[in-house]
Design a protein around this ligand. Structure first.
Ligand code: FAD
Length: 304
């Protein structure tokens, strides 16, 4: 179905000729293909609309995917949790399944913007926008999530560790492809996680630093089996502190371990000096605090 673009109230100052509303995934992919790179997917519109208004991007058509059925649910599939490509931050933040199996993602989704933004903005859109400190990208990266991308020639699965290419750039071409699913393994009984966010206010503010940690440990033996630490914005893309993760394999659960991890992680981070987000020195210092606090909190949540 096509709407007259001028009839939509939010289109002021936007130069797009067509607003298309496909009813199926196949129809959406066909529409994108017909525009040969000159149409773009829109879901919640919270990133696309400001970009169109600011003339940061130019397109002939927008393909609104919100009417495609079967993409707006959060389901458990064995050990895995699957988020459909249209799931919003509000859905994730209020899901009991996510609270029980991936608390760090609930904490990230609940930090996005404001209730109005969370009600329409999607997790998939957050990933595809490719910002280095996006509030759901960081916990999903720590959860080792993978995404399913549909195109005219079929589907492919991509781990998030290979999804982000550069600031604002991912392996997905949103003029031709659609992210249909996000999947990850829910946390088990010997795992805990947490999400930390440093910002000037509690709502509607850019994060200066975010960290998501997942720790798998044997608390009885006092040993960490493995850990995942994702951070942003400390590099052009959402970042995994792999050296620290290597150090933590088999390390004892102790304050010394957490302090050594924090010192090591701080060296890995290279945030830019930013008038909006703070100086490099300050954020490096805070990354040390966050790594230590994040690991300690994640361990304390194991079994709870
Ligand atoms: C006032 C305000 C405050 C904000 N605060 C935060 C914040 O605190 N933290 C944060 O992380 N973000 C924040 N954002 C950014 C934004 O809300 C998120 O990035 C949002 O999750 C994007 O989702 P969307 O559905 O609105 O995407 P859209 O704007 O519809 O699309 C974003 C991009 O993804 C593509 N796209 C969307 N869905 C798909 C899909 N399924 N398949 C393929 N391509 C797709 C689009 O083509 C576009 O390139 C804020 C935005 C605003 C306007």
């Amino acid at each position: 179905m096509a709407l007259a673009f001028k009839d939509l109230h939010w289109t002021k100052n936007i130069q797009v000729q067509q607003y298309l509303q496909p009813g199926t995934l196949e129809e959406a992919l066909e529409m994108l293909a017909n525009f040969e790179g000159k149409a773009r997917v829109i879901a919640g519109g919270t990133d696309v609309v400001p970009q169109l208004r600011g003339r940061d991007i130019e397109v002939e058509a927008l393909v609104d995917i919100t009417r495609i059925p079967g993409m707006d649910g959060i389901i458990e599939d064995g050990e895995n949790i699957v988020l459909g490509g249209l799931v919003t931050h509000a859905q994730v933040a209020s899901s009991n399944l996510i609270r029980d199996k991936a608390l760090l993602l609930k904490e990230g989704a609940g930090s996005v913007g404001s209730p109005q933004i969370r009600n329409v903005a999607t997790v998939a859109g957050n990933l595809v926008s490719g910002q280095p400190a996006a509030d759901t990208s960081i916990p999903l990266l720590a959860l080792d999530a993978t995404v399913t991308i549909a195109g005219k020639d079929g589907e492919r699965e991509v781990p998030l560790t290979a999804f982000f290419l550069d600031k604002g750039k991912t392996v997905l071409d949103c003029t031709r492809e659609i992210l249909t699913r996000i999947q990850f393994r829910g946390l088990g009984g010997n795992e805990g996680g947490c999400y930390l966010r440093l910002a000037k206010r509690k709502a509607l503010t850019l994060p200066m630093l975010v960290l998501a940690a997942v720790v798998n440990a044997d608390k009885r033996k006092g040993i960490i089996n493995r850990a995942a630490i994702a951070m942003g914005p400390v590099a052009p893309v959402p970042y995994r502190a792999t050296n620290v993760e290597g150090f933590l394999k088999g390390a004892p659960i102790s304050d010394e371990t957490f302090i050594s991890s924090a010192n090591m992680g701080m060296q890995e981070c290279t945030p830019r000096d930013s008038s909006l987000r703070g100086s490099c020195d300050y954020r490096q210092e805070m990354s040390k605090v966050f790594i230590q606090r994040g690991l300690k909190t994640a361990v304390s949540r194991i079994g709870s």
